[in-house]
Every structure is written in C-alpha cells, then in structure tokens.
Design a protein around this ligand. Structure first.
Ligand SMILES: NC(=O)c1ccc[n+]([C@@H]2O[C@H](COP(=O)([O-])OP(=O)(O)OC[C@H]3O[C@@H](n4cnc5c(N)ncnc54)[C@H](O)[C@@H]3O)[C@@H](O)[C@H]2O)c1
Length: 252
C-alpha cells in the first residue's frame, strides 16, 4: 500500500508509533522514525532493518520548532522528498481535575500534544509543497471528540488537533496535500498499559471507559497502524480534513 513512499513518523520509539513504523516499512515505505528518545527510535529502526525494511532514526523534540525543521530537512536530504507523515508523538494527561491542574501541567501537555503537531504540520507542508504533495495524518484521540474525567489538558489538546487538521487541510489542499486526523480509542501501549492503568486516578475511571468501547475491549496498536496506513495511501485520495474514529465505538 505504501510501496516506495517516504514516510515520517514521530513518537516512533514506542506504542502506536513503533507498530506504525514497522507496519509502514512492511508495506514498502521508507521510514523516518523520529522520537525524543533516541535509543527508542534506534531500536525501532533496528526492528525494521532486521525484517528487511528501510528506515532511519532521528532524535526530535516536537516542542522545538528548529528540531522539527531539522528532522524534516534530514528526511528530504536522505530520501529526496517526503510523501507522508504521521504526527503521533504525544504524552498523557496530568490526571488532575481542572481546579487542581497547574499552569505548568497544562502547558506541558498542550506543548507536546498540540503545538508539537502544529510545528510538524507546518514543516511537512513546506517540504511537500516543494515536492508535489503528500498525505499528513495527525494522531488525535477519542478525547478529541468526547471528554473523560481529569483530562482537561489532554482533551483540549486533542480537540485542538482536530481543529488544526481541518484548517491545515484547507490551506494545504491547493498544493496537493491532504491532512487528516485519526482518533484512537484506548489502545494498549506503554502510555496506557504501563503508566495510566497504574495511576490511581485513571484506574477509578477505567471500567467506565472500557464499557464505552462498545466492541467490548481496548484496541491493539496494529488496528491503529492499519488505519493510519490507509490515510497515508492513495486509497484515501478523496479524504481530507477528516477525523477517523478507530475507537471501538467509544465516541458514538
Ligand atoms: N494509547 C492510547 O490509548 C491512545 C489513545 C488515543 C490517542 N493516543 C495518542 O497516540 C499517540 C501515541 O501514544 P502511545 O500510546 O503510543 O504512547 P507511548 O507513550 O507509548 O509513545 C509515545 C512516544 O512519543 C514520544 N514523545 C513524547 N514526547 C515527545 C516529544 N516532545 N517529541 C518527540 N517524541 C516524543 C515518546 O518518547 C514515546 O516514544 C499519542 O499522541 C497519544 O496521545 C493514544
């Protein structure tokens, strides 16, 4: 589905991002696996290369615009152009009710989960505009559609990603660039299985969250990666500005 396409993915060192990087490479893409955690990005690339795929690792902090610009420039220099990008790096909510959340906690989540996506979209559009278009996918969340307790920072950021996706889709369309968002429901990753599910505040809400996934279970990273792959591919050529639910029915 992605044969010979050059695809950037941020947050590629863990969870959804790692599985997506591997999935894209198996489908024939050349992958730039970017992550704040350089060792984790290197490990993803090793997994891809060991399976015969092509990938490069790149340390990148998405909250630093210069870092993002340099990461995109690295991809273009290495492969000549980029065809697609998944802006997936993210952190979880600070798990506080709104009246207890500090400004620092709020800014931390907004910086990574919303401003980081803006920097990536901006520099990817600049690069794709120069080389004939492409497809950008932003990882939002079911929290971009519905709220849960103790998640004002994350819910606001993910609603923002959906708005950013729509507005950027309008600006980028004249250059043959599509911009879509994907809204995963709770998916088993390091963020959820290893951190959130061990947090006492989140644990209180967990059973209610599970019941709202009408399919009766949480998601697997491959289920999110496969949907991302469709949005990156030419099969989704008439989709832009959309927010695709891949959430087991959580948001309906
Ligand atoms: N897991 C879920 O249930 C779920 C549901 C909906 C949306 N999402 C979203 O999916 C994305 C991936 O989540 P995940 O569950 O795989 O998380 P994860 O914690 O397993 O992986 C996130 C990756 O992002 C990287 N990262 C964090 N801050 C960064 C920064 N400033 N710059 C670059 N990289 C950075 C981390 O190093 C990590 O490798 C996030 O945007 C998250 O909000 C996850």
């Amino acid at each position: 589905m992605l044969k010979d396409k050059v695809i950037i993915i941020t947050g590629a060192g863990s969870g959804i991002g790692r599985t997506a990087a591997e999935t894209f490479a198996k489908s024939g893409a050349r992958v730039i696996a970017a992550d704040l955690n350089e060792a984790a990005a290197d490990a993803t690339v090793e997994l891809i290369r060991n399976s015969g795929g092509e990938a490069e690792a790149r340390r990148c902090n998405v909250t630093d615009e210069d870092d993002v610009a340099a990461m995109v420039a690295f991809a273009v220099k290495r492969f000549g152009h980029i065809n697609g990008a998944v802006n997936n790096a993210g952190i979880e909510m600070s798990n506080k009710p709104v009246h207890e959340m500090t400004g620092k906690e709020w800014r931390n989540v907004i910086d990574v989960d919303l401003t980081g996506v803006f920097y990536c979209v901006k520099h990817e559009v600049l690069a794709m505009k120069a080389t004939g278009g492409g497809s950008i996918v932003n990882t939002a969340s079911s929290s971009g559609i519905r709220a849960t307790m103790c998640s004002s920072d994350y819910t606001a950021a993910k609603h923002g990603v959906i708005g950013l996706t729509k507005a950027a889709a309008i600006d980028a369309a004249p250059f043959g660039i599509r911009v879509n968002a994907i809204c995963p429901g709770l998916t088993l990753t390091e963020m959820t299985r290893d951190r959130l599910m061990n947090d006492p505040t989140f644990s209180v809400a967990l059973e209610g969250i599970r019941q709202r996934h009408i399919i009766g279970r949480f998601g697997e990273t491959t289920e999110i990666a496969n949907a991302m792959m469709w949005l990156l591919s030419d099969y989704s050529s008439f989709s832009t500005g959309s927010s695709m639910l891949v959430d087991g029915g959580f948001s309906i």
